[in-house]
Design a protein around this ligand. Structure first.
Ligand SMILES: [Zn+2]
Length: 367
């Protein structure tokens, strides 16, 4: 599977989150078909690509990368903390990795499909965990919420966005699930920062930090291999979730995301091979980044028009999402709606007021 072939449609078919399929034409994919889960493929000299299953309806896999590092391997992302993921890792340790140890565990960001087995692998090999500070500490904090009741502040945040009491009850019942999807994180870590380099197997990997999907997401770029492992910061077929959460309720993550797309475009050569966390590795990063920015800017335009009359966050789904919003994706949908609304607020294009029910409404500012 070495030929880079042009099969954007085929690769796009099995993935979509609530924003729907935003696949770009003219991307060139590393292979024609999604590999079976558990498959290890050589992506570049000294870099392996491991396809790991995910137990989620909308997103059934994650790509993990394994980089030769001296007498062992550095791993980039780890899969969700399940028995199935551990079994696949054990096969890889003995098979494709030739029984050599893991030297470093690098997580691009905090989400459990990336950090799920970080603690387990670190423990098994005595390897250090390497992350940015923002991702490490938010991961520890979210894991610490496990078993705790949902805070009143968070319930108020969702009430003000327009969720019904029945929907709030569902949020309360599900709160604190994060820690169940990961094995305990190491209590110490090694920090990486934007602009630094990591040396892996004698090669320099530049750290490029993006934000919006998560607070301080690390991408790893090897100029020598012309390969960038982008985690969820750059995906070929789906637009990553960009949400406002109760923890940073006045945040503007969508502007962070748009700025990060522009930053990545400036940092990466047009012909770079992208190793994303979901989908098939591809070339065409600049076109894809342009498309992602355009996708959100168009959504902002539609939203602004829709807010000619006052709208709550829960009222704007039809202009943002193609998929039906249900109990499974509502929290993500309201978070993404707020991300777009907060972006329009920050640009001074809409104003926010309370309605009689104590919910926020948003309306276009008159010229
Ligand atoms: Zn993620």
């Amino acid at each position: 599977m070495n030929a880079i072939t042009q099969t954007a449609k085929k690769a796009a078919k099995d993935e979509s989150l609530i924003s729907g399929d935003t696949s770009s034409p003219l991307l060139k994919f590393f292979c024609d078909e999604n590999p079976e889960t558990g498959t290890v493929t050589q992506l570049a000299d000294g870099v392996l690509w491991l396809r790991m299953p995910l137990p989620m309806a909308g997103l059934d896999h994650i790509n993990l990368y394994i980089i030769r590092d001296g007498d062992g391997w550095a791993v980039v992302d780890t899969g969700i903390g399940s028995r199935e993921s551990k079994g696949i890792w054990k096969s890889a340790f003995e098979g494709a990795m030739g029984g050599l140890p893991v030297t470093k565990v690098i997580c691009t960001h905090l989400h459990p499909d990336h950090t799920g087995l970080a603690g387990w692998i670190c423990d098994k090999f005595g390897a250090p965990l390497i992350m940015t500070r923002g991702e490490y500490f938010l991961c520890r904090l979210m894991a610490a919420d496990t078993g705790q009741p949902a805070p009143e502040h968070a319930l108020e945040f969702y009430r003000m966005a327009g969720l019904t009491e029945t929907q709030i009850e569902l949020y309360k019942a599900r709160f604190g699930g994060f820690g169940k999807a990961i094995t305990p994180m190491p209590v110490g870590y090694q920090r990486i920062m934007d602009g630094q380099s990591l040396t892996l197997g004698g090669r320099q990997w530049e750290i490029i930090v993006g934000s919006g999907h998560s607070p301080e997401h690390a991408c790893l770029f090897s100029p020598e291999l012309n390969l960038c492992l982008t985690g969820d910061q750059l995906l070929p077929n789906i637009s990553s979730n960009v949400s406002v959460w109760p923890t940073e309720f006045e945040g503007n993550p969508l502007q962070d995301w748009i700025d990060s797309c522009q930053k990545l475009k400036a940092a990466l050569p047009a012909g770079v091979l992208v190793g994303p966390a979901h989908g098939i590795p591809f070339t065409g990063a600049h076109r894809r980044l342009d498309k992602l920015v355009l996708h959100h800017e168009k959504a902002l335009e539609r939203l602004l028009d829709y807010c000619d009359t006052p709208k709550r966050a829960v009222d704007v789904y039809p202009v943002l999402f193609r998929r039906k919003i249900n109990d499974g994706n509502r929290i993500m949908a309201v978070g993404e709606s707020l991300a777009h609304l907060n972006c329009l607020l920050a640009r001074g294009l809409i104003r926010r007021r309370f309605n009689d029910a104590g919910q926020y409404t948003y309306q276009r500012r008159s010229a």
